[in-house]
Structure formats: C-alpha cells, structure tokens
Design a protein around this ligand. Structure first.
Ligand code: DC
Length: 229
C-alpha cells in the first residue's frame, strides 16, 4: 500500500539522473516508481524485432496499438514487460536508443503511452519519470521536478553506466548519442521536452545521487509535511 496518494512527476533530458532518483524517492516515500521512457523503448524494440522501418509512422503506430506493456517492481527494480516477456535488458541497446527518439515523436504512439501512464497514475501513490510528465501526462501532479545537468556530466554518467554493463563505447559516441536525443526530444512538434511552468528545478551537475534524492525529499516535506518512511 502506498504511504500516500501523492503524484510526483520527474522530467529532464537523457542522463540527468531521473531514473535512479525517481526509484529512490519512491522507495523513501513508499510510492510506486514508473519509468515511462522504458515504455517508449519497449515499442521501439517491437519495431526493431518486427523489422518495421521506424520512419514508417503508420506501421509504427499500428504496432504500438497492438502491444501490451506492463511494469512491475521486483526487488526494488522496475521491470518492463512487452507482451508478457521481461525486456528490461533488451530495451537498453544502442539500436533501441537510436530508434526510440524517432518513434516517440509520433502522436499516435504518444497517445497510447499517455493513456497507459495516466491509468497507472490514477489512484496516486506514484513517481513517474520521463519527458512530458509534468506538462502533458500529469499536469495536476502534486510536485513537478525538472532535473538538469551539464552535458559533460551527463556524458560522464552515461559512459560509466554503459561501462559497468560491460559495453565498450567511446566518450565521443556517447556524447553524440546524448546530443542527438536532446535535439530530437526537445524539438519534436508534439509534446516536446520542456520545463513545466511550476517546476522545482534541480541542477544535479555537482550533486551525488544521495544529495539529489535528499533535495526532493526536503521539498516534499516542506510542501506536504511528509517525511520519509
Ligand atoms: O528516459 P529514457 O532515456 O529511457 O527515454 C527513452 C526515450 O523515450 C527518450 O529519448 C524520449 C522518449 N520519451 C518520451 O518521449 N517521453 C517520455 N515521457 C519518456 C521518454
């Protein structure tokens, strides 16, 4: 049972530290974390597996309409299921990274994902992280956090994460990938990445994960008098 029916939105660009922060904030408050990027990634994976051209909007939207995407919290980790299969690892490849920014720009794909995300958030007790949570998915969220970090720091973090997973990538490749996704995520016509008007802006460039989480928990306590569990 959630500690509270609070709805927290966390948005920001790739590598700003959203995923880890959302997970830890949710844990501290007894809320359910939801990774919306993983849902778009699951659609991208399906597109790749079905050998559909990601630029074929009609076909991509059609397949997005057919897939069943679920998320479950298992041992403190968010697992994403595509048609019943755990694809949590399969959605983190460079191929998926390249495809997801293309397919997540399609209004038909976004409509289906936003519906699913709103359904999951309906009863509250959730922390949703993504790009358009505070602006589109949950404009009524109780707290909207917008995380930022310098490009250098985001590249450093992503590189570390990939190296830890045993992937052999260069700094320049990671930088190009992040720049490409920043550009596509913020320039797309339909619900681009932007700062919600009433956002709590958190610059994490010089913060540790613990410090980021602490800042959000302090803000929750200040606004709602709610302390960690
Ligand atoms: O957070 P992430 O890197 O896993 O997100 C993958 C992609 O999904 C990202 O490049 C943009 C897209 N996305 C989106 O358009 N809207 C969201 N709410 C979350 C992610």
């Amino acid at each position: 049972m959630p500690h509270t029916n609070l709805k927290i939105a966390i948005d920001g660009p790739a590598g700003s530290g959203k995923s880890t922060t959302a997970k830890l904030v949710a844990k501290a408050l007894g809320l359910l974390p939801i990774d919306t990027g993983a849902m778009y990634r699951a659609v991208a994976l399906k597109v790749l597996r079905e050998k559909i051209d990601p630029h074929d909007e009609e076909k991509v939207v059609e397949i997005a309409g057919k897939v069943n995407i679920e998320q479950k919290l298992e041992n403190g980790e968010i697992h994403t299921y595509l048609d019943g299969e755990d694809v949590s690892t399969a959605i983190r490849t460079p191929e998926v990274n390249n495809t997801v920014s293309i397919i997540s720009a399609y209004p038909g794909v976004r409509k289906k994902m936003v519906e699913l995300q709103r359904k999951l958030a309906k009863a509250g007790g959730v922390v949703l992280e993504g790009r358009d949570i505070g602006t589109v998915v949950l404009p009524d969220a109780d707290l909207k956090v917008y995380m930022i970090a310098s490009l250098e720091e985001r590249v450093r973090r992503r590189l570390k994460e990939l190296k830890e997973k045993g992937m052999d990538v260069s700094l320049e490749d990671v930088k190009q990938e992040i720049l490409m996704r920043d550009e596509m995520d913020s320039k797309r016509e339909y619900s681009p990445l932007k700062i919600p008007e009433d956002a709590f802006i958190l610059d994490t460039t010089n913060l540790t994960v613990e410090e980021q989480v602490e800042k959000i928990l302090k803000e929750v306590e200040r606004r709602f008098g709610l302390k960690r569990r």
